[in-house]
Structure formats: structure tokens, C-alpha cells
Write a protein that binds this ligand. Structure first.
Ligand code: HPA
Length: 290
């Protein structure tokens, strides 16, 4: 899928939106305010919810499909057993390193925005750069550094979403961060907090690159999230972010890094992560006004 400069993207986004609206029209639920993107190894949360409707990305017109193991590639309209409020789950995401254009990487988020979401929760697996972080920690993303060398908003501005030069001074909502902390407290979970540095991958970093990231203020490093968050903020969406620290970053630990380590360690935090998400999303659904 290549986008031309003449407006092809918007048409494709609206096509996908119409398609999803039609598919979900038969259910008596209203379309959600909240969406969560589940990162590497964190997809299990979608097995704990009541799924009103689910569809493979490949079955949605023009939706890019992820090829990464540990990523299921489904859009789910979910709810909790005791609630009629729904929320979207993106079980798996598309990465820049898979060879997609940035516009394609943020395509799903833009579809969710046009479906009417107001709040986006992004989650990911990340390497721990901060020396106080251990594999298995969960970190609230306070802010990010874009080291991907590109930006999803490059190209013709999509005015339907937002301005040419959007402000990025308060990307990760403080209010949502406080709610995340409250949710964590209720399950006696200690959350770390820090800055997520986004890189393209797919090679893991060298120890020298990790030292640079550390010196420039990064606490965690990963290969996703930043594009989606920029696209969301462009459109005025409230964002909350959580990194699951799957490993100590290169050079902080002397062990070689593997993708298997990421997914294996995710299994260890699966339960904690699901509990945190359940509490947090319940808070958001209870206070729809914000
Ligand atoms: N570096 C980049 N991305 C990652 C890492 C890492 O160490 N761990 C999980 N995703």
C-alpha cells in the first residue's frame, strides 16, 4: 500500500472506518471512547475481556498487517463482564521496521480516532536503560524522545486531524498518569516512571547507543509507540503510556538480547499487567466525561 500526495490516505482511513462501523452496527453497544494498543507479549489481556466483536487486521480494507511473532493482529471491541461500556483493543501493532511507511504505521490509530476515541492507551515492551529498572518492571511513560529519524506527520498535513505544527509539550496526560498510579496502588503494584526513547530497530542498540540514550535522558528504549502517540496528539487525543521492561538494555546487562527474551519475560508480568489494565480502563469507563 502506497499513499499518493493527493489525498488517498484520508479516503482509505474513512473506508476502513465505514467498514468497521457496518460490521459492528448489529451490536447494541455504542462505539468506545477508549482504545488500548497491546504491545509485544502483552496481548493476553484481550483473552480476559468479553469480546463483543473481533476482526483480523487483514480483513479490514487497507489495514496493514503485522508480521512479528507475539503479535496477534486483531481489532477487538471489548467490555468487562460486569459492564456494558465497551473499549477497543488493538491486539498487536504495526512497526516501522517491518518496512511500512510511517503513514501506514499510524493508519490504525487514525481509524480509531475517526471511530470516535478520545483516549488512547499505548503499551509496549522496552529495554531498561535506567539502571534502577529490572526485567519485569512496568513504567508509566512520562514523555518520549523521538530517535526514529522521521515523523509520521511528514507530508501533506491532514487538516481533518489537526494542525501542521502540533504542540507536543503535554503529550502524556498527567490526569491519566495519576489514574494509572491509583490503579497500581489498588493492586499493590509499584510502577516505575520515565522517558521512552523510540528507535526504528530492528537491530537492538549497541552499548554505545544505549549510553547516548541514557545521557540524553531516556529511561527505556523501544521500537514502537512514538509514531502512534504523535498521530494521536496531532488529533488532540489524551494519551497514557506504559512500557513493560522486558530486559536490561544492551551494555547495562552483558547478556545478548533476543526477541524470545522479550516474549518470555512478558509471560511473567502478564497477570500483573492485565490486573492493572482492568482497573485503569474501568476508571476511564466510569468517568466518561473525562
Ligand atoms: N531495545 C529496543 N527495543 C526493545 C528492547 C530493547 O532492548 N526490548 C524490547 N524492545
Amino acid at each position: 500500500m502506497r499513499y499518493d500526495a493527493s489525498g488517498g490516505i484520508m479516503e482509505k482511513i474513512l473506508n476502513a472506518v465505514e467498514f468497521i462501523k457496518q460490521k459492528t452496527a448489529q451490536y447494541e453497544y455504542s462505539l468506545p471512547d477508549v482504545a488500548v494498543i497491546l504491545g509485544s507479549g502483552l496481548g493476553n489481556f484481550a483473552e480476559k475481556t468479553e469480546n463483543v466483536f473481533e476482526i483480523s487486521y487483514g480483513d479490514i480494507p487497507d489495514f496493514p498487517v503485522s508480521s512479528v511473532t507475539g503479535h496477534k493482529g486483531r481489532l477487538v471491541l471489548a467490555r468487562f463482564r460486569d459492564s456494558s461500556e465497551t473499549f477497543w483493543i488493538m491486539q498487536g501493532r504495526i512497526h516501522y521496521y517491518e518496512g511500512y511507511q510511517m503513514e501506514e504505521v499510524v493508519f490504525p490509530v487514525r481509524v480509531l480516532i475517526k471511530l470516535g476515541i478520545k483516549k488512547l492507551i499505548v503499551t509496549n515492551a522496552a529495554g531498561g536503560v535506567n539502571r534502577d529498572f529490572n526485567a519485569g518492571d512496568l513504567m508509566i511513560i512520562r514523555d518520549h524522545i523521538n530517535m526514529m529519524g522521521t515523523n509520521p506527520l511528514i507530508g501533506r498535513n491532514l487538516d481533518q486531524f489537526g494542525d501542521r505544527f502540533p504542540d507536543m509539550s503535554n503529550v502524556y496526560s498527567k490526569k491519566l498518569g495519576l489514574l494509572l498510579k491509583k490503579a497500581a496502588q489498588e493492586i499493590s503494584l509499584h510502577l516505575k516512571e520515565g522517558i521512552y526513547t523510540g528507535v526504528t530497530g530492528p537491530s537492538f542498540e549497541t552499548p554505545a547507543e544505549i549510553r547516548m540514550i541514557e545521557k540524553t535522558g531516556g529511561d527505556a528504549v523501544g521500537m514502537s509507540t512514538v509514531p502512534e502517540v504523535i498521530a494521536a496528539k496531532h488529533a488532540g487525543i489524551e494519551v497514557a503510556g506504559i512500557s513493560f521492561i522486558s530486559n536490561k538494555a544492551a551494555g547495562i546487562s552483558s547478556d545478548p538480547l533476543t526477541h524470545e527474551e522479550v516474549t518470555e519475560n512478558a509471560a511473567l508480568v502478564e497477570e500483573k499487567f492485565s490486573q492493572l489494565m482492568t482497573r485503569f480502563i474501568s476508571f476511564l469507563l466510569e468517568r466518561k466525561d473525562g
